[in-house]
Ligand binder design. Sequence first.
Ligand code: SIN
Ligand code: FE2
Length: 220
Amino acid sequence: MHPASGIGVGNGGIFGKEVDMSVLTLRGFEIHKDFLTSEAQSAVLEAVRSVAVAAPVFSPMTPYGKPMSVRMTSAGKYGWFSDRTGYRYVSHHPGGAKWPAIPAPILDIWNAVAGVDRAPDCCLINFYGEGARMGMHQDKDEANFSWPVVSVSLGDDGLFRIGNTERGGKTESIWLTSGDVVVMGGDARLTHHGVDKIRFGSSRLLPKGGRINLTLRVVD
Ligand code: SIN
Ligand code: FE2
């Protein structure tokens, strides 16, 4: 069983492998292909659904006045938010309630791959429906870039593009599939990244299709 897994059953615990043999590094991002077994993916999905009941997904407005194509919600001490005023972390859902706690099956993933002894204080949940995408950006609304960002993909395949610390320049892309986990840290912490498109309906994890991406962050 994976050392970080308290709830594992059977071969390899909740994660795909006892020793993760399939970590590849692309431009400093550590990509753990198939990190989550299908049972673990279902447990994480159930946890995401419980968050979305307490904190319904919404479409943030960009500072430029266009709604984002990705719908979002968050768990943890902070949630990520955007409107005309800009991108920032906020302590409450736009509906007024505090964000729900980050569920244990999601924290288990952080504990297994982040390599730091501090818990994340935000789990941003992004939902990509048909045609949704996310432009190239840096994750830089946090106070301290020495903490990594950990990303978890569920559902449909997403074409993830990785650029450079500076804007522009050459990029490389990789299809992220359900159960993949990416650690964006170290020298790559401020590397630009985005999602060009999803293959809608490519996974059966979400009955109505779509892709879910979780990003765990230390905010303070
Ligand atoms: C993000 O950069 O916030 C999302 C990345 C992804 O959806 O894979
Ligand atoms: Fe990001």
